[in-house]
Design a protein around this ligand. Structure first.
Ligand SMILES: [Zn+2]
Length: 273
């Protein structure tokens, strides 16, 4: 463990993105005593087929807070509109303010090639904020950082124009149940909206225990896909131990922020060779 607690800032588009995409790494950071802040840039108002407006956004705030509590992270849901987020200067400046004031060692966000326009908008703004967090003439109301944090892209399975490059591969097998616990807090999503959207509503069990079991199986299948994609990387990384690894989270480091030097790799990812 590092001498001083590290600071991890996750900038996702929706209130459940951090849990879906980097819940394992967030859980590891908290278990090591590091500070984790999960930001949802949008209010999540498009994430339901029956509920709309303030009742839904309020519900999603509560779900995000409950999920963060599972690992003792801080959660914040911003008010940008869900489903129509644009990579505006307003959003870029808000992200510059957030990165400067939280002063993270590591920032996680979406990649710029992603199916969801909101994800792309957040990824674009984080990319465009990266160097600017060190420029005092811009966003003068918050003091600059003297150095960029490391910025990394959360796992995804998109392949065009290229698949995510696994610069860091984190074994999250032991964190899997925690990720399930976190995601189960997003009831409006994992048991209502997403099954509706995927024509799976009839598959969702009625009782709490059955639902969690069902969710666990769904997530295991998804995590399995990622693990298979990066199996060869895992063997190269972990050698013999790779055979015991069930689930991994690959991260690609942005070349527009601080490079992941060997020293920084040792500091930020001592648990991933
Ligand atoms: Zn999302």
């Amino acid at each position: 463990m590092a001498d001083q607690p590290l600071r991890l800032l996750i900038l996702g588009a929706h209130p459940d993105d951090a849990e879906f995409h980097c819940g394992g790494l967030a859980a590891i950071y908290r278990s090591l005593g590091h500070a984790v802040k999960i930001v949802s840039v949008t209010n999540g108002e498009c994430g339901h087929h029956e509920q709309v407006g303030p009742p839904l956004t309020q519900r999603r705030r509560q779900e995000a807070a409950a999920a963060a509590r599972v690992i003792g992270a801080e959660a914040e849901v911003w008010d940008f509109p869900d489903g129509r987020l644009q990579p505006t200067l307003e959003l870029r400046y808000r992200i510059i303010r957030e990165i400067r004031s939280f002063a993270p060692d590591l920032v996680l966000t979406h990649r710029n090639n992603d199916y969801h326009p909101d994800h792309r908008a957040v990824g674009d703004c984080v990319r465009d904020a990266s160097y600017m967090v060190t420029v005092p003439a811009l966003v003068q109301d918050v003091p600059i950082l003297r150095r960029d944090p490391v910025v990394a892209f959360m796992p995804d399975l998109f392949t065009k124009p290229y698949p995510l490059q696994a610069d860091v591969l984190v074994d999250v097998t032991r964190q899997f149940d925690t990720v399930v616990e976190m995601l189960a807090c997003h009831r409006s999503q994992v048991f209502e909206w997403l099954p509706f959207n995927r024509n799976e509503t009839a598959d969702v069990p009625l009782g709490d225990a059955g639902r969690k079991h069902w969710l666990r199986d769904k997530l295991a299948a998804r995590f399995q896909q990622v693990a298979e994609r990066y199996r060869q990387h895992a063997i190269a990384y972990y050698g013999e131990a790779a055979s015991r690894i069930q689930f991994v989270e690959p991260y690609e480091v942005s070349e527009y922020a601080s490079p992941l030097t060997p020293e920084l790799r040792k500091k930020l990812f001592p648990f991933a060779p």
